[in-house]
Design a binder for this molecule. Sequence first.
Ligand SMILES: [Zn+2]
Length: 59
Amino acid sequence: MAQRKTARRQPVKKCLDCKGTGEITESVRVGRARKGRETADRQTALCLTCFGSGQVPID
Ligand SMILES: [Zn+2]
């Protein structure tokens, strides 16, 4: 395996948006009067704060 040049180790902290999981659970709100249609209450999405890594750099 080729070793990647790693920059100085960057301090990270746990992403609070996803609690370190890298995924967030969104509540899907069906607020636009879609009668008779039930969607899943929640769906999992990639956390955009940490892009799925679960960690965010401290800066
Ligand atoms: Zn996150």
